[in-house]
Structures are given as structure tokens and as C-alpha cells.
Design a protein around this ligand. Structure first.
Ligand code: FE2
Length: 279
């Protein structure tokens, strides 16, 4: 069992996971990696934490291919988590199936008639801390590629909902900025991420505490313009792309990672854990 440090200065505890890539059956593997067993281990470890997370956020790629059986299997495992779970859309996901098969915690959609899974988390604890949590949907049609893009009406809805008196955290699948790795930067970030961040900063200034993402299948720690960008890797496989690599391979023999985010309106800390998987 791993030891967990809890900051005495912070009061809102969140667990961040991502990229579970469930398949349609229990034997589904990705490059030899046993998806079900790895995610079941992840769920068990989160449920045994010596604190109760307020909620858990899964930043997308819940399944590997849009498939009803894959979402059913994902829900059967992830619903064992003993805290409300919120999901962001990944490029491997299907919005309609996510809404149909996954159980979300309480939330308020940002768009009354939008197709995007784009919402504000409704949490009493979060409200007490005057911290707002937004889940954004950067998914583009699969034929356009694995990068992200935030639609004009989604940006407008977000900006309308930002409160300059509240701290704000944004969660989405795709990193908002390049990270300094050639293949990842060409293919994976939100294309208009820098522009959106600039608009957010114009509205709430330093109240933007952090941007939390998945997609790149590796841990990410970056501070840009005073904003933390934190990414959690996949429990299934890691990407190998190095700084100058123009290709990306998979590392299936990786640990099982999750992040513990502690947050109040004065600041945020992220504790990154990777649990050994013994097959
Ligand atoms: Fe993924």
C-alpha cells in the first residue's frame, strides 16, 4: 500500500484518472496490456484511499472503440468507485453512448442544446470553496484527427459562466498547449487552446488555478503564464514519444497511475501515484 500525503492547507480532494480504453469484452488487451485487470486494480486502490475524494474525474477515452458492450463493461467497473464520477469526452469516445451508459455525478450543462458533453460540476463542497469546475469537450470528428478543438459556442458558454470571484479549474481530454514533444505537439493538443486560455485569463485573471487533461498517455506537469497544466497517464499503456520523436509507440508494461488533486481557492497541489501492476 502506498503512503498518501494530504496537505493541511487544502480542503477539497479530487482524484483524476484517464484513458481506460475498455474493450467490448473482459479479455480485451491493448498491445498485450490487460485492460480490465488494470482498471479494476485502479478502482480498488482509489476506494482504499485514507480520505474520501469529493469526486473523481475521468478525462476521457473511457473505451477504445465506440461500442455499447465496452461502455457497459466500463460502467460495471467504474461505478464501483465510491464517489461521484465525472467524464470528459476523449477522441475514442461516443457522446451519445457516454450519456446513455455512464453514470455522471450532479452537473449543469453549459449548452442547453449542444451536442458537446460540456458542463459545470454541481458539488456542495466545491460551492463552499468558491471553486468552479468545468468539463470541456474538445472532441472533433474522428476523420479530422486525434487533436482537439473547442467550438465557438462552447467557448462563449464557458466565458459567460466564469466568475471572477471564484477560482476555476478546467478538465478536458486534450492538452490545451504544446508540451515540447514533436509527435504529441503535432497531433494531440487543442488547436485553439492558447486562444481559449487567453480569453479565460482576460475574464478571471489569476483565478484560473489549473487545466487537467489526459490523452497523451503520460504524466504532464507544466506551468505556463501562472497556470498549472497537469496530465495523468493511462492505466493501460504509456506513449513513448520523446522530445524530437516524430513517431509514437506504446509501453504496455507501465504502472497504474492516478492523481490526487488537493485544491482550495488559494492554490492547488497534485500528487501523482503509479501503482505497480503484477499481471
Ligand atoms: Fe487515450
Amino acid at each position: 500500500m502506498v503512503s498518501y500525503f494530504r496537505s493541511p492547507l487544502c480542503s477539497l480532494e479530487i482524484v483524476h484518472i484517464s484513458d481506460t480504453h475498455f474493450g467490448p469484452n473482459r479479455n480485451h488487451e491493448i498491445r498485450g496490456s490487460q485492460v480490465l485487470r488494470r482498471v479494476e486494480m485502479l478502482v480498488e486502490q482509489i476506494n482504499e484511499l485514507p480520505f474520501q475524494p469529493e469526486f473523481i474525474i475521468h478525462t476521457g477515452d473511457v473505451v477504445n472503440d465506440p461500442d455499447e458492450d465496452a461502455y457497459r463493461l466500463a460502467e460495471s467497473v467504474l461505478s464501483r468507485l465510491q464517489a461521484p464520477v465525472y467524464y470528459a469526452t476523449g477522441n475514442h469516445d461516443d457522446r451519445e453512448m457516454m450519456r446513455r451508459f455512464l453514470t455522471f455525478g450532479d452537473y449543469r450543462p453549459l449548452l442547453a442544446d449542444g451536442v458537446e458533453v460540456c458542463y459545470k460540476i454541481e458539488s456542495e463542497a466545491a460551492a463552499g470553496e468558491k471553486t468552479d469546475f468545468f468539463i470541456l469537450d474538445g472532441m472533433v470528428p474522428a476523420e479530422q484527427g486525434p487533436h482537439g478543438y473547442l467550438s465557438e459556442h462552447q467557448i462563449e458558454a464557458l466565458l459567460n459562466d466564469l466568475n471572477p470571484e471564484h477560482s476555476t479549474a478546467l478538465f478536458l481530454h486534450f492538452p490545451m498547449l504544446p508540451i515540447g514533444s514533436a509527435w504529441i505537439d503535432e497531433h494531440l493538443p487543442v488547436k485553439n487552446g492558447a486562444e481559449v486560455l487567453e480569453l479565460v485569463r482576460e475574464k478571471i485573471g489569476s483565478r484560473l488555478l489549473g487545466v487537467f487533461t489526459g490523452h497523451i498517455h503520460r504524466g504532464l506537469q507544466m506551468n505556463f503564464d501562472g497556470v498549472m497544466h497537469s496530465g495523468v497517464s493511462s492505466p493501460v499503456c504509456e506513449f513513448t514519444a520523446g522530445p524530437e520523436d516524430d513517431f509514437c509507440d506504446f509501453l504496455p508494461d507501465c504502472g497504474v497511475p492516478f492523481h490526487h488533486i488537493s485544491l482550495n481557492q488559494n492554490g492547488v497541489s497534485v500528487k501523482a501515484y503509479s501503482l505497480p501492476f503484477h499481471g
